[in-house]
Write a protein that binds this ligand. Structure first.
Ligand SMILES: O=C(O)C(=O)C[C@]1(C(=O)O)C=C[C@@H](O)C=C1
Length: 360
């Protein structure tokens, strides 16, 4: 016979008691792992272990639990584990409730501490000087391209990349008033650019005002009865704003990629990415020789971006992301080949390929 509601709830209660007991038993082992790490000066956050663990769990999950939910649950379980092992601090490009904050939360969960920094340079500095254990910085957006400021920082800093986060960052129109009463729209220039068509079609006569972050835009909209903001749902919730239209970006596949920076180098997982920067020798065909080297080693690039070297006019640095790990023989051979045509080649990090996460 089918169970009634109170019987069903007692079954749930029974299972919840086991789940909590099991998480605590797990944390008993986590504590010992933490002691081992402290004794061996080992890293607390281990992205390659997290990736392997999540893949194994997805492999044994027969549902109805969705893999997305499983990941979110384990994100928090592992966040608690990290906090139990050591009080780690994560610096991100502030203020709070921006997409950078959301990217950091999606990687480290809610049990660790976060430091909102005023600039990308300050995030690098916090990690460089050991004021933060990890930093989260934006690197590229699928609509607007590379975040050149972050690229430039990598050339000046000794931190390395230990993980990536790909956030399907949806933009939302939010306000205290209804759409017809909006007299001004605030947002960060990149967010306004991502919603150009929507804003042109729906609010052709409403002035757009650029502010330094989407979080700041939401704060301003919260203080004005006739203002709206283009920002994340996190910012709408934090400021008590109504979301008037969701996912208003012109390209619905708008993804922002963030990097986790640290002073550590993850081990290979079998599905890794490597980021390098190189400066070409001043000789004809040097770039061509470098690109040929990638082809010869069968290495596929996922990003190539050039930046002025700032030493002499006309000199450029090339930032490249490609599949593979710095420990792989073919990657080492590739780097040796590149060195022949470059003034220098710097490896910025090898790290597990990240899954795309949505902020819905
Ligand atoms: O295996 C470890 O190194 C742990 O610290 C445990 C654990 C986990 O909870 O599974 C926690 C944090 C790490 O980033 C990876 C895994």
């Amino acid at each position: 016979m089918n169970k009634n509601l109170s019987e069903l709830r007692s079954e749930i209660d029974r299972l919840d008691r086991s789940i909590v007991a099991m998480i605590n038993e797990r944390y008993g082992y986590v504590r010992q792992v933490g002691e081992w790490k402290h004794a061996n000066a080992s890293e607390i956050y281990v992205p390659e272990r997290e990736k392997a663990l999540l893949e194994k769990l997805e492999g044994i999950n027969d549902g109805p639990l969705k893999n997305e939910t499983l990941r979110a649950i384990y994100r928090e379980i592992m966040s608690g584990a990290i906090a139990l092992e050591s009080p780690v601090k994560i610096a991100f490009l502030g203020p709070e409730n921006t997409f950078s904050h959301q990217a950091a939360l999606s990687k480290f969960g809610s049990s660790v501490s976060y430091l909102a920094k005023n600039s990308i340079a300050e995030v690098f500095e916090a990690v460089d000087r050991g004021k933060a254990d990890y930093g989260v910085v934006p690197i590229e957006n699928s609509t607007e391209g590379a975040v050149t400021y972050t690229l430039d920082m990598f050339n000046q800093s000794e931190v390395s990349i230990c993980a990536e986060v790909q956030l399907a960052a949806h933009q939302n129109l939010m306000a205290r008033c209804d759409k017809e009463h909006i007299r001004v729209i605030y947002s960060h220039p990149q967010a306004l650019a991502q919603c150009r068509l929507y804003l042109h079609n729906n609010f052709p006569l409403v002035p757009q005002v650029e502010v330094r972050s989407t979080a700041e835009a939401a704060k301003r909209a919260a203080m004005d009865d006739h203002a709206a903001a283009v920002a994340s749902t996190l910012a709408a919730d934090a400021n008590g704003l109504k979301v008037l239209d969701g996912s208003i970006e012109d390209n619905s596949r708008n993804v922002t990629r963030f990097l986790v920076i640290a002073r550590q180098n993850p081990k290979p997982t079998g599905e890794d990415k490597t980021s390098i920067v190189f400066a070409l020798k001043d000789k004809v065909g040097a770039l061509m020789e470098c690109l040929t080297a990638f082809g010869k080693e069968g290495v596929s690039m996922s990003m190539i971006e050039s930046r002025p070297a700032k030493t002499r006019p006309g000199e450029y640095l090339f930032f490249v992301d490609f599949n593979g790990h710095r420990n792989d023989t073919h990657v080492q051979e590739l780097i040796e080949e590149l060195q022949k045509h470059c003034l220098y080649v710097k490896t910025l990090g090898s790290y597990p390929c990240g899954l795309s996460i949505s902020n819905d």
